[in-house]
Design a protein around this ligand. Sequence first.
Ligand code: SF4
Length: 443
Amino acid sequence: MTDPLVTVDDLEKYYYENDTLLDRLTGAEREAVRAVDGVSFEVREGETLGVVGESGCGKSTLAETLMRLREPTGGSVTFDGDPVFDLSGTDMNAFRRRAQVMFQDPFSSLDPRMTAGEIITEPLAIHGVGTSGERRERAETLLDEVGLSADQIDRYPHEFSGGQRQRIGFARALAIDPEFIVLDEPVSALDVSVQAQVLNLLADMQAERDLTYLFIAHDLSVVRHISDRVAVMYLGEIVEIGPTEEIFEDPKHPYTKALLESVPRADTDERDRTVETIRGDVPSPRNPPSGCSFRTRCPELIQPPGLDLPQATFRGISEFRTRIENGDIDVDLRWEQVGDPDREDREAFVDSLREEAFDTELPDAEEETVSEAIRALADGDRETAAATLRERYRSPCEAIDPGLPAGEHPSACLLNEQPEDVETAREEWEADYEAPEAGASSR
Ligand code: SF4
């Protein structure tokens, strides 16, 4: 195993809302949007670390913050032993030469008013490398190396295809001989056939120049093709990291499993495969769920001690509870649908919502609890409805925030090995937990 070139430790990038002077004077509470929330990992010399996750999970913010294109709100990044956030002057310039970024969109990331040659030589000019003639020669060589031709040097971006523009972006990133390149969704905007060519080019250049890559993508199959290790991100956190083949063959985190489930496979008959998509929306980073950030969508959500329902039943009830907690059920509309404007027949309301929310029978105790919650909802008492469900179906996943333990393939899930402090917190939670009576109200 090679040494780490980049070490990211507990990196945070929060944005704050209600944070103007006026907000402070009026006493408005500052709200944190946790775009990157305590992320730690290493990128080893000569490797490609893939970072994958749905859009909005914070992976691009992570890359920009570690490159110091955005200021962090916490944590540290070390590049070849130097603390990046403390660098200034010539040390910062040296870092900017050794670490480069290639951005996602080949249509907007290149200045349309500059020729390919000007785009590629700009970093050389900024860093005062060579004469203008030497820089032009270098650009011609780089154009050849990335599979274009030196005589295209005076053309403008609009004269190139998407794949060719991405090659120009890559030539620019290579211009000052960096050691480390952040590739932010470098092939997402390209056709599949062109993607493969660009990925091959990236791999060839890495082998030739001993480059280290941080490769960001939302497409798992792309990441598999190029990465030595993969980090999976969800809502600003890394939830699993490990060697690529292990992540694909033996995923540990329910989110990684769900992402893999949703990828079409060439070796199975898709008609016979039930593709389990990830249900629900990604929660807002303004108001992330308590405990495990994936719990509102997790198919493996852990049941409280003493409850042993079929997992699909528990998940269905938990999702119903989330809908109530989020105010997603329109009570007025439901009464209208029941056809009872005077709101007299609560049982009709219960039957109507019960039927819409669950397509199977529930065990008697759950039927009783769910019906009691719906009755409270029918009375317009959303708090009590939610509390009734919360009391019986409270998962340890909502009380305990899983951590990412040390190791080659850790996962931030309570079903897997956890750091000691998390294990202790869970033991204490379980010791304090008192199972409620079936159907018992929390009131
Ligand atoms: S901790 Fe719980 S909610 Fe989170 S991924 Fe694991 S099982 Fe799912």
